[in-house]
Design a protein around this ligand. Structure first.
Ligand code: MBD
Ligand code: FE
Length: 308
Protein backbone atom coordinates (compact mmCIF):
# COMPACT_ATOMS: atom_id res chain seq x y z
CA UNK A 1 0.00 0.00 0.00
CA UNK A 2 1.06 3.58 -0.50
CA UNK A 3 2.91 5.56 2.09
CA UNK A 4 0.57 8.50 1.70
CA UNK A 5 -1.35 7.58 4.86
CA UNK A 6 1.84 7.62 6.86
CA UNK A 7 2.88 11.10 5.78
CA UNK A 8 2.93 13.84 8.34
CA UNK A 9 0.43 15.75 6.19
CA UNK A 10 -2.24 13.02 6.32
CA UNK A 11 -1.61 12.20 9.97
CA UNK A 12 -1.97 15.90 10.86
CA UNK A 13 -5.14 16.04 8.83
CA UNK A 14 -6.65 13.09 10.74
CA UNK A 15 -5.67 14.54 14.09
CA UNK A 16 -7.27 17.89 13.29
CA UNK A 17 -10.35 16.34 11.66
CA UNK A 18 -11.13 14.35 14.78
CA UNK A 19 -10.46 17.22 17.17
CA UNK A 20 -7.63 15.35 18.91
CA UNK A 21 -5.57 18.53 18.69
CA UNK A 22 -8.00 20.53 20.84
CA UNK A 23 -9.13 20.17 24.45
CA UNK A 24 -12.86 20.67 23.92
CA UNK A 25 -15.61 18.24 22.87
CA UNK A 26 -16.02 14.59 23.79
CA UNK A 27 -12.93 12.38 24.12
CA UNK A 28 -14.70 9.12 23.16
CA UNK A 29 -16.32 10.66 20.09
CA UNK A 30 -12.94 12.02 19.00
CA UNK A 31 -11.28 8.61 19.24
CA UNK A 32 -14.09 6.90 17.37
CA UNK A 33 -14.15 9.54 14.62
CA UNK A 34 -10.38 9.24 14.32
CA UNK A 35 -10.68 5.48 13.83
CA UNK A 36 -13.60 5.61 11.41
CA UNK A 37 -12.13 8.36 9.21
CA UNK A 38 -8.68 6.72 9.25
CA UNK A 39 -10.25 3.42 8.17
CA UNK A 40 -12.09 5.22 5.37
CA UNK A 41 -8.88 6.83 4.19
CA UNK A 42 -7.29 3.38 4.20
CA UNK A 43 -10.15 1.85 2.26
CA UNK A 44 -9.95 4.62 -0.35
CA UNK A 45 -6.23 4.00 -0.69
CA UNK A 46 -6.40 0.23 -0.77
CA UNK A 47 -9.12 0.13 -3.43
CA UNK A 48 -7.88 3.22 -5.27
CA UNK A 49 -11.38 4.65 -4.95
CA UNK A 50 -11.90 7.33 -7.57
CA UNK A 51 -13.73 10.60 -6.88
CA UNK A 52 -16.70 9.52 -9.00
CA UNK A 53 -17.05 6.35 -6.97
CA UNK A 54 -16.68 8.25 -3.73
CA UNK A 55 -19.43 10.73 -4.64
CA UNK A 56 -21.68 7.95 -5.79
CA UNK A 57 -21.34 6.45 -2.32
CA UNK A 58 -22.20 9.82 -0.73
CA UNK A 59 -25.32 10.07 -2.93
CA UNK A 60 -26.18 6.56 -1.80
CA UNK A 61 -26.05 7.53 1.88
CA UNK A 62 -28.18 10.60 1.18
CA UNK A 63 -30.71 8.47 -0.66
CA UNK A 64 -30.70 5.88 2.14
CA UNK A 65 -31.63 8.54 4.69
CA UNK A 66 -34.20 10.20 2.45
CA UNK A 67 -35.88 6.83 1.85
CA UNK A 68 -35.88 6.14 5.64
CA UNK A 69 -34.00 2.90 4.97
CA UNK A 70 -31.07 3.26 7.38
CA UNK A 71 -32.85 0.87 9.75
CA UNK A 72 -33.26 -1.60 6.88
CA UNK A 73 -29.68 -1.61 5.61
CA UNK A 74 -28.32 -2.00 9.16
CA UNK A 75 -29.76 -5.53 9.65
CA UNK A 76 -29.04 -6.32 5.99
CA UNK A 77 -25.35 -5.74 6.68
CA UNK A 78 -25.46 -7.92 9.79
CA UNK A 79 -24.76 -4.96 12.07
CA UNK A 80 -27.88 -5.48 14.19
CA UNK A 81 -27.07 -9.18 14.58
CA UNK A 82 -23.51 -8.28 15.56
CA UNK A 83 -24.85 -6.02 18.33
CA UNK A 84 -26.91 -9.00 19.55
CA UNK A 85 -23.89 -11.28 19.48
CA UNK A 86 -22.03 -8.73 21.61
CA UNK A 87 -24.89 -8.61 24.12
CA UNK A 88 -24.95 -12.43 24.18
CA UNK A 89 -21.23 -12.44 24.92
CA UNK A 90 -21.54 -9.82 27.66
CA UNK A 91 -24.28 -11.92 29.25
CA UNK A 92 -22.21 -15.10 29.09
CA UNK A 93 -19.37 -13.27 30.81
CA UNK A 94 -21.82 -12.11 33.50
CA UNK A 95 -22.97 -15.71 34.03
CA UNK A 96 -26.33 -15.18 32.36
CA UNK A 97 -27.20 -18.34 30.49
CA UNK A 98 -30.32 -20.03 29.15
CA UNK A 99 -33.59 -18.23 28.67
CA UNK A 100 -35.24 -17.37 25.38
CA UNK A 101 -32.69 -16.33 22.75
CA UNK A 102 -32.76 -12.71 21.69
CA UNK A 103 -32.85 -11.60 18.11
CA UNK A 104 -32.97 -8.26 16.36
CA UNK A 105 -35.73 -5.69 16.76
CA UNK A 106 -35.71 -4.55 13.13
CA UNK A 107 -36.96 -1.20 11.83
CA UNK A 108 -40.74 -1.62 11.98
CA UNK A 109 -41.76 -1.34 15.64
CA UNK A 110 -44.35 1.29 16.51
CA UNK A 111 -44.71 2.39 20.13
CA UNK A 112 -47.99 2.72 21.98
CA UNK A 113 -50.00 -0.27 20.69
CA UNK A 114 -53.28 -1.03 22.53
CA UNK A 115 -52.77 -2.74 25.90
CA UNK A 116 -54.99 -5.52 27.22
CA UNK A 117 -54.92 -8.13 29.97
CA UNK A 118 -54.26 -11.79 29.22
CA UNK A 119 -55.45 -11.89 25.64
CA UNK A 120 -55.98 -9.87 22.49
CA UNK A 121 -57.07 -10.07 18.92
CA UNK A 122 -54.50 -8.40 16.66
CA UNK A 123 -56.47 -8.17 13.42
CA UNK A 124 -59.79 -6.57 12.55
CA UNK A 125 -61.06 -9.46 10.49
CA UNK A 126 -60.26 -7.79 7.17
CA UNK A 127 -56.95 -9.45 6.40
CA UNK A 128 -57.86 -12.70 4.73
CA UNK A 129 -55.12 -15.25 5.27
CA UNK A 130 -55.03 -18.09 7.76
CA UNK A 131 -56.10 -17.51 11.36
CA UNK A 132 -53.33 -18.06 13.91
CA UNK A 133 -53.83 -18.62 17.62
CA UNK A 134 -50.70 -18.14 19.69
CA UNK A 135 -50.34 -18.64 23.41
CA UNK A 136 -47.76 -19.30 26.06
CA UNK A 137 -46.31 -18.41 29.41
CA UNK A 138 -43.70 -15.95 30.58
CA UNK A 139 -41.41 -17.54 33.17
CA UNK A 140 -38.13 -16.85 34.90
CA UNK A 141 -35.16 -19.20 34.49
CA UNK A 142 -36.28 -21.11 37.58
CA UNK A 143 -39.61 -21.92 35.99
CA UNK A 144 -41.66 -19.47 38.03
CA UNK A 145 -44.43 -17.71 36.09
CA UNK A 146 -44.07 -13.95 35.65
CA UNK A 147 -47.46 -12.34 36.17
CA UNK A 148 -47.95 -8.80 34.90
CA UNK A 149 -45.29 -9.07 32.19
CA UNK A 150 -45.97 -7.11 29.01
CA UNK A 151 -45.83 -9.06 25.74
CA UNK A 152 -45.51 -6.39 23.06
CA UNK A 153 -46.14 -8.15 19.73
CA UNK A 154 -46.01 -6.91 16.14
CA UNK A 155 -45.96 -8.58 12.74
CA UNK A 156 -46.70 -8.24 9.04
CA UNK A 157 -50.01 -9.01 7.36
CA UNK A 158 -50.46 -11.83 4.80
CA UNK A 159 -48.97 -9.51 2.14
CA UNK A 160 -45.80 -8.91 4.18
CA UNK A 161 -46.72 -5.31 5.06
CA UNK A 162 -46.60 -3.68 8.52
CA UNK A 163 -49.27 -1.24 9.70
CA UNK A 164 -48.17 2.41 9.94
CA UNK A 165 -45.46 1.83 7.31
CA UNK A 166 -48.22 0.48 5.06
CA UNK A 167 -50.80 3.27 5.38
CA UNK A 168 -53.56 1.10 3.87
CA UNK A 169 -53.79 -0.87 7.15
CA UNK A 170 -55.83 0.19 10.19
CA UNK A 171 -54.04 1.99 13.02
CA UNK A 172 -52.02 -0.47 15.16
CA UNK A 173 -53.15 -3.37 12.98
CA UNK A 174 -51.31 -6.54 14.08
CA UNK A 175 -49.69 -4.67 16.97
CA UNK A 176 -50.73 -5.19 20.59
CA UNK A 177 -49.41 -5.21 24.15
CA UNK A 178 -50.72 -8.03 26.30
CA UNK A 179 -50.25 -8.19 30.07
CA UNK A 180 -49.72 -11.73 31.34
CA UNK A 181 -52.28 -13.09 33.79
CA UNK A 182 -51.67 -14.44 37.32
CA UNK A 183 -50.09 -17.60 35.82
CA UNK A 184 -47.86 -15.58 33.50
CA UNK A 185 -49.98 -16.57 30.51
CA UNK A 186 -50.77 -14.63 27.33
CA UNK A 187 -52.76 -15.57 24.25
CA UNK A 188 -53.81 -13.88 21.06
CA UNK A 189 -55.65 -14.42 17.84
CA UNK A 190 -54.23 -13.04 14.61
CA UNK A 191 -53.53 -14.02 11.00
CA UNK A 192 -50.39 -15.77 9.79
CA UNK A 193 -47.90 -13.23 8.46
CA UNK A 194 -46.02 -13.53 5.19
CA UNK A 195 -42.33 -12.84 4.82
CA UNK A 196 -41.01 -9.36 4.19
CA UNK A 197 -39.28 -8.13 1.04
CA UNK A 198 -37.18 -4.96 0.89
CA UNK A 199 -38.73 -2.31 -1.37
CA UNK A 200 -37.48 -3.47 -4.79
CA UNK A 201 -36.63 0.04 -5.99
CA UNK A 202 -35.14 1.23 -2.69
CA UNK A 203 -31.50 1.92 -1.81
CA UNK A 204 -31.17 -1.16 0.43
CA UNK A 205 -32.17 -3.53 -2.36
CA UNK A 206 -29.92 -1.57 -4.73
CA UNK A 207 -26.87 -2.43 -2.63
CA UNK A 208 -28.07 -6.01 -2.02
CA UNK A 209 -28.29 -6.42 -5.81
CA UNK A 210 -24.63 -5.42 -6.10
CA UNK A 211 -23.80 -8.03 -3.47
CA UNK A 212 -25.76 -10.67 -5.37
CA UNK A 213 -28.19 -10.96 -2.44
CA UNK A 214 -31.95 -11.01 -2.05
CA UNK A 215 -33.77 -8.80 0.46
CA UNK A 216 -36.24 -11.34 1.81
CA UNK A 217 -37.13 -12.33 5.35
CA UNK A 218 -38.98 -15.49 6.39
CA UNK A 219 -42.41 -14.96 7.94
CA UNK A 220 -41.90 -13.95 11.57
CA UNK A 221 -43.52 -12.36 14.64
CA UNK A 222 -41.69 -9.81 16.79
CA UNK A 223 -41.80 -9.50 20.58
CA UNK A 224 -40.58 -7.28 23.34
CA UNK A 225 -41.18 -9.03 26.66
CA UNK A 226 -40.74 -6.85 29.75
CA UNK A 227 -41.48 -7.13 33.45
CA UNK A 228 -40.30 -5.11 36.44
CA UNK A 229 -37.03 -6.53 37.77
CA UNK A 230 -36.35 -8.56 34.59
CA UNK A 231 -34.06 -8.01 31.64
CA UNK A 232 -35.98 -6.86 28.57
CA UNK A 233 -36.21 -9.58 25.93
CA UNK A 234 -36.26 -8.55 22.26
CA UNK A 235 -36.96 -11.51 20.04
CA UNK A 236 -38.90 -13.00 17.13
CA UNK A 237 -40.35 -16.35 16.24
CA UNK A 238 -40.19 -17.66 12.70
CA UNK A 239 -43.00 -19.50 10.97
CA UNK A 240 -41.65 -22.97 10.25
CA UNK A 241 -41.65 -24.13 6.64
CA UNK A 242 -40.94 -20.71 5.10
CA UNK A 243 -38.53 -20.97 2.17
CA UNK A 244 -36.37 -18.19 3.65
CA UNK A 245 -36.28 -19.70 7.16
CA UNK A 246 -32.52 -20.20 7.02
CA UNK A 247 -31.84 -17.60 4.36
CA UNK A 248 -32.90 -14.37 6.08
CA UNK A 249 -31.42 -11.19 4.62
CA UNK A 250 -31.52 -9.71 8.15
CA UNK A 251 -29.81 -12.71 9.86
CA UNK A 252 -32.39 -12.98 12.65
CA UNK A 253 -33.21 -16.71 12.60
CA UNK A 254 -31.86 -18.53 15.65
CA UNK A 255 -32.20 -21.99 17.14
CA UNK A 256 -34.96 -22.01 19.72
CA UNK A 257 -37.07 -19.47 17.83
CA UNK A 258 -38.78 -21.81 15.35
CA UNK A 259 -41.78 -23.25 17.20
CA UNK A 260 -43.94 -25.99 15.78
CA UNK A 261 -47.00 -24.74 13.88
CA UNK A 262 -50.00 -26.97 14.55
CA UNK A 263 -52.55 -27.11 11.72
CA UNK A 264 -56.23 -27.77 12.31
CA UNK A 265 -58.14 -28.94 9.27
CA UNK A 266 -60.96 -30.82 11.07
CA UNK A 267 -64.25 -28.91 10.61
CA UNK A 268 -65.29 -29.84 14.17
CA UNK A 269 -62.22 -28.15 15.63
CA UNK A 270 -62.79 -25.17 13.37
CA UNK A 271 -66.38 -24.79 14.52
CA UNK A 272 -65.26 -25.01 18.13
CA UNK A 273 -63.19 -21.86 17.51
CA UNK A 274 -65.93 -20.12 15.61
CA UNK A 275 -64.18 -20.66 12.28
CA UNK A 276 -65.01 -22.41 9.03
CA UNK A 277 -61.53 -22.73 7.53
CA UNK A 278 -58.26 -24.41 8.54
CA UNK A 279 -56.30 -22.51 11.17
CA UNK A 280 -52.90 -22.66 12.83
CA UNK A 281 -51.77 -22.66 16.45
CA UNK A 282 -48.41 -21.96 18.03
CA UNK A 283 -47.46 -22.44 21.69
CA UNK A 284 -44.39 -20.50 22.76
CA UNK A 285 -43.10 -19.65 26.22
CA UNK A 286 -40.75 -16.77 27.01
CA UNK A 287 -38.07 -17.23 29.66
CA UNK A 288 -36.65 -14.04 31.18
CA UNK A 289 -33.58 -13.32 33.28
CA UNK A 290 -33.64 -11.16 36.37
CA UNK A 291 -32.06 -7.74 35.94
CA UNK A 292 -28.56 -7.52 37.31
CA UNK A 293 -25.89 -4.91 37.72
CA UNK A 294 -22.95 -6.75 36.12
CA UNK A 295 -24.39 -6.95 32.61
CA UNK A 296 -25.28 -4.10 30.23
CA UNK A 297 -28.97 -3.25 30.08
CA UNK A 298 -30.93 -4.81 27.22
CA UNK A 299 -33.14 -1.73 26.95
CA UNK A 300 -32.07 -0.18 23.65
CA UNK A 301 -32.92 3.45 23.03
CA UNK A 302 -33.66 4.05 19.37
CA UNK A 303 -36.04 6.22 17.42
CA UNK A 304 -39.51 4.70 17.10
CA UNK A 305 -42.58 5.89 15.35
CA UNK A 306 -45.79 6.31 17.33
CA UNK A 307 -49.01 5.98 15.38
CA UNK A 308 -50.71 9.38 15.11
C1 MBD B 1 -38.63 -6.62 8.90
O1 MBD B 1 -39.90 -6.99 9.14
C2 MBD B 1 -37.72 -6.90 9.83
O2 MBD B 1 -38.14 -7.52 10.92
C3 MBD B 1 -36.38 -6.57 9.64
C4 MBD B 1 -35.37 -6.93 10.64
C5 MBD B 1 -35.99 -5.91 8.50
C6 MBD B 1 -36.93 -5.63 7.57
C7 MBD B 1 -38.24 -5.97 7.76
FE1 FE C 1 -40.23 -7.80 10.93
Amino acid sequence: MSDLLDTREVQNLLTKVSGLANDKGDARVKRIVYRVVSDLFKTIEEFDVQPNEFWSAMSYLTELGQASEVGLLVPGLGLETFLDLRTDEAERKAGIEGGTPRTIEGPLYVAGAPLSKGEARLDEGSEGGEVLFMNGQVRDVNGRPVAGAIVDVWHANPLGGYSFFDPSQPKYNLRRRIETDAEGRYRFRTVLPSGYACPPEGPTQKLLDQLGRHGRRPAHIHFFVTAPGYRKLTTQINIDGDEYLHDDFAFATRDGLIPEVHRFSDPEEQRARGLNAPFAEIAFDFVLHRERANAPSTVVTRAHAEAA
